[in-house]
Design a protein around this ligand. Sequence first.
Ligand SMILES: [Zn+2]
Length: 187
Amino acid sequence: MNFCSSCGSKVTLLIPAGDNRHRFVCDECGIIHYQNPNVVTGCIPEWGDKILLCKRAIEPKYGSWTLPAGFMENGESSMLGAAREAMEEANAELRDMKLFSVFSIPHINQVYTMYRGVLHKGMASPGDESLEVRLVAENEVPWDDLSFPVIIETLKLYYEDRKSGNYSTHYGEIIRLDQKTIHVEHY
Ligand SMILES: [Zn+2]
């Protein structure tokens, strides 16, 4: 951040009085520009023994497979945000949604909330951000071609729960140890 979004003057990174972290503070009007994590919200659309995956038509990870998910908007709940993303990315209407997982991802300052939901009438088609959508059985999941570690973790947990016949709500943290290594902590 270089300039104040309120008055256009230069900002300086400093620890404001009474704070304990560096913030961008406007040299002119004194506004403190707090930066906080973003919530990404998404879902696992279920239809019988299949789930809906989307092939990404956008970067990052163009062409990889993913679950419908995206940044939560102001003025909506995380659950309705997940339903909105399913509609935008896959023209998929979800019913009976239940919170499935919450993952913190500190190195990219994101929190993922993922819901399970029934795909209404099993109907879906690609939205603007998807090249293709597909209903897949467990043995058809393209594990090596999934978009992000959080999606892989969510689906692993989903199939473990489904096998046991008992769905619970999961909470964890996805930690990047180095360029190649991701560590997942479950609580
Ligand atoms: Zn300012």
